[in-house]
Design a protein around this ligand. Structure first.
Ligand SMILES: Cc1ncc(COP(=O)(O)O)c(C=O)c1O
Length: 385
């Protein structure tokens, strides 16, 4: 079904066609060409990181992190249950045990207040997810990790350009994973990046990304032939994708300005209404600068959410729910029973509104009207009903 107002619409920044044409003319469509190098330089400056490596997805950046930390069957990884499959899968395919933790009811981020109770002798890493681009409580998470000798890998799929206490998300862990999937603020269709904050992991990261070979040392003239030196896979994207991505990255300020406008429109027009109707809206703690990745409602009940989604659909507007609790999924249950009541509760009530750079005031006006009309129909929704 076609929606007049889709949930996401890919938006071009301007130079995508020009850069892709240049990449074709350059004669290097394979990975690590001139556009990949320019993306790396730009991202290393932004993150102030010793090494950033483009990958084919955030999923693959997380898989690289699992290999870099030598995760295996003796290890446990703590992740929030309210996240995308890849946060868990990247470590599960190395054989690691996944420990699902619950989230905070305000930011919907990993609940750091209960985190320490999940740490065991087997814990290898904590993987916080900065949900909707609002940072987790990184001071507490990093302190717990340090005290227990556990690594932090940030899943920063939503959080590009967000900050916690003035510091970029994606720079707290030894590693962090970025997504450039079509639904993200900055996109090249499918893509990602591994941000390597621990310089000791940089050399091996390059090897793992290049099929376990020391090809990058060869290209730098450090060895006279390249060979198989470690496990790895093919995690580097074509330079054509990097060309697309560079055009978007160079327009990051304009893209972020547009997304901020969209977020603030929803906030301004729904804030008072939400209070009146017992509807939750995103919460951004004062120490966080968010990335303006998404806008959601937490409705009073599952029934209410489904009915609102159906009403929006009738008006040609696509709204979507989000993660289904991973600890209750067929695969997730293989890691043992877990209780994550906040995840379960939020997952059944959360609804994401259309959000893309070029969403217009008129379109947002229609969305807001459809929502407020729905509640004006005098249905009474009470929490848990
Ligand atoms: C929190 C989180 N992590 C990882 C991913 C996977 O990203 P990608 O599609 O780039 O592999 C997603 C996808 O939306 C996500 O929401």
């Amino acid at each position: 079904m076609d929606f007049r107002i889709p949930f996401n619409r890919p938006c071009l920044a301007g130079n995508e066609y020009k850069y892709i044409a240049e990449a074709i003319t350059n004669g290097q469509a394979s990975g690590d060409g001139p556009f990949t190098r320019r993306c790396h330089e730009l991202l290393e400056r932004e993150f102030q990181a010793p090494k950033v490596l483009l990958t084919t997805s955030c999923t693959h950046a997380l898989e690289m992190a699992a290999i870099l930390l030598n995760c295996g069957p003796d290890d446990e990884i703590i992740i929030p249950s309210f996240t995308f499959v890849s946060t868990a899968n990247a470590f599960a395919i190395r054989g690691a045990g996944i420990v699902f933790a619950d989230i905070r009811p305000d930011t919907l981020n990993l609940d750091e207040r209960r985190l320490e109770s999940f740490i065991t002798k087997r814990t290898k890493a904590i993987v916080p997810v900065h949900y909707a681009g609002v940072a987790c409580e990184m001071d507490t998470i990093c302190d717990i990790a340090r005290r227990h000798g556990v690594r932090v890998v940030e899943d920063n799929a939503h959080g590009l350009f967000a900050r916690y206490k003035g510091k970029r998300t994606g720079t707290f862990g030894c590693l962090s994973a970025q997504s450039f999937h079509e639904t993200k603020n900055i996109s090249c269709g499918e893509g990602g990046a591994l941000v390597v904050n621990d310089p000791n992991l940089a050399e091996r990261a390059m090897i793992i990304r290049e099929k376990g070979t020391n090809r990058s040392q060869f290209l730098r003239g450090q060895v006279d032939k390249y060979t198989w030196v470690d496990i790895g896979s093919s995690y580097l994207p074509s330079d054509l994708l990097a060309a697309f991505l560079l055009a978007q990255l160079e327009s990051r300020e304009e893209i972020q300005r547009k997304r901020r406008r969209v977020w603030e429109y929803y906030w301004r027009h729904l804030q008072g209404w939400a209070k009146e109707h017992n509807v939750g809206l995103p919460f951004v703690p004062s120490e966080c600068e968010q990335s303006y990745h998404m806008f959601y409602l937490i409705l009073p009940s599952l029934e209410c959410r489904q009915a609102l989604m159906a009403q929006l659909k009738e008006r040609g507007i696509l709204s979507v729910f989000h993660y289904v609790p991973l600890h209750l999924s067929a695969m997730g249950m293989k890691f043992g029973a877990r209780e994550c009541p906040v995840t379960e509760n939020v997952s059944s009530r959360l609804l994401r509104l259309p959000f893309y750079n070029d969403l217009t005031d008129d379109e947002q006006g229609e969305i807001v009207a459809a929502i407020t009309d729905f509640f004006g129909q005098k249905r009474v929704y009470t929490p848990g009903a």
